[in-house]
Design a protein around this ligand. Structure first.
Ligand SMILES: Nc1ncnc2c1ncn2[C@@H]1O[C@H](COP(=O)(O)OP(=O)(O)OP(=O)(O)O)[C@@H](O)[C@H]1O
Ligand SMILES: [Mg+2]
Length: 399
């Protein structure tokens, strides 16, 4: 069964918890016998939120503090129930939402790993196998037998993330708890999230790091005071939010329009890298040809003519090659359902290292219909020594 996450018209109401009287006057009023405490106030933390994340797809959730992002994740993980609407989550989910949630402070790191795994239905033997990976990823080996209550917040985040990614999830849900890790750890987590996405795991990520949302996610949703202000292509959603943040420092606009972008009816479902002629290995040597087999889904119900474009990037974002069907004048027909399109690159002259592949789909007018960042990747395994990106066939000559 394909893993997927759906929210359908989700509303969540909270009670405003005003436990204390705001003034001595109110306090005195409350003390008058027979006088009732003020009626509880309610507010909507989420209003009519809907989205779908299909298998292997990713969604970035952005918005100001208190806008409802964590609430949304908690509804998905069933930590709480929606007041109205429904959520549907299919597949094995692992989530990292609150720092220290799921950890028992008096147990050691190691004991907590076992405890967490058992909650997820993973037996002790099985988790023992992943124990070293978890400890290594978290890089907290000297503290692994110390009770978690003595961990710093960064160490808790490290352990939490290391567990979440090592329990073989089909869906990974991460709130910005990673932000308490240092920069190197945050980068390591982002790289891992990326890798997991490439291997077909669905990802939901709340982050204030707009650049990462834009670069790494296939889609994004911007929530403002519980209301969806934009959803769809991450570039457009982040742009809308940035504009709003810019405008927020000037006088507030009267009424903001809801910029709901069209739902994705066309998307890149998968991209597979092959080295023609090589048996088994998907890792090319520097001079090898490469095939990128793309599966594009068209759920519009009618055939579409379009163009594909493929970018090869270094993980730090440097674009090395962009191959564009539009510039080549080669359109492709996308029938309803899945179409497979194969791009053959005749020769790679890339230096050893990791590379990522982005794919975009455009309609015949050049409007972007879909974009999948880092949908696939490969490692070039060469023996050369260079710090550059490409290998240049060369000779040396004297005089
Ligand atoms: N259990 C709760 N009871 C009452 N109110 C709550 C509860 N949880 C969250 N809220 C309120 O709901 C609103 C949304 O909170 P939420 O934590 O989802 O925001 P957020 O977008 O994750 O913010 P941040 O960026 O600061 O993490 C806030 O006003 C918050 O005070
Ligand atoms: Mg939050």
């Amino acid at each position: 069964m394909a893993a997927s996450v759906r929210a359908d018209g989700v509303w969540k109401q909270f009670q405003l918890r005003k436990d204390r009287a705001d003034s001595v006057g109110q306090l005195l009023v409350q003390m008058i016998p027979g006088r009732k405490r003020p009626k509880a106030e309610h507010f909507w933390a989420l209003q009519d939120v809907s989205f779908e994340v299909k298998q292997g797809r990713s969604l970035g959730v952005i918005g100001n503090n208190g806008s409802g992002k964590s609430t949304l994740l908690k509804l998905l993980t069933r930590t709480m129930q929606p007041t109205q609407g429904s959520v549907d989550l299919r597949g094995r989910m692992s989530a990292l939402i609150e720092l220290g949630a799921g950890f028992h402070p008096d147990f050691t790191g190691r004991e907590n790993i076992i405890l967490n795994a058992s909650i997820l239905g993973i037996g002790r033997k099985e988790i023992e196998k992943s124990m070293n990976d978890i400890i290594d990823f978290a890089a907290i080996r000297p503290f692994i037998d110390v009770p978690v209550k003595y961990y710093s917040s960064g160490m808790q985040a490290r352990l939490g993330f290391a567990v979440a990614i090592n329990v073989d999830p089909e869906i990974l849900i991460v709130d910005e708890v990673l932000a308490v890790g240092d920069e190197a750890f945050q980068q390591k987590c982002m790289d891992r999230i990326f890798e997991m996405k490439r291997s077909g795991i669905s990802i939901l990520l709340v982050s204030h790091d707009l650049g990462s949302i834009e670069r790494l996610m296939d889609s994004a949703i911007w929530i403002d005071q519980g209301v969806v202000r934009a959803q769809g292509n991450p570039r457009d959603v982040v742009h809308g939010y940035r504009t709003f943040l810019g405008a927020a420092s000037s006088p507030p606009a009267a009424e903001h329009e809801v910029a709901t972008l069209p739902k994705e009816a066309v998307y890149v479902a998968a991209a597979e890298i092959r080295v023609p002629g090589a048996s088994g290995s998907n890792d090319p040597a520097p001079g090898d040809p490469l095939e990128i087999s793309l599966q594009v889904a068209n759920e519009t119900g009618s055939p579409i003519d379009g163009y594909l474009s493929v970018s090869i990037r270094r993980p730090d974002g440097l674009e090395i090659a962009e191959i564009s069907g539009m510039r080549d004048g080669r359109s492709v027909g996308l029938r309803p359902g899945l179409s497979t399109i194969v791009l053959s690159a005749h020769e790679l002259r890339l230096a050893s290292g990791s590379y990522e592949v982005d794919v975009a789909v455009f309609d015949i007018q050049g409007k972007r219909l879909a974009e999948a960042k880092a949908i696939s990747g490969f490692r070039v395994q060469g023996t050369e020594r260079t710090t550059g990106v490409i290998l240049v066939p060369h000779d040396w000559r004297a005089g």
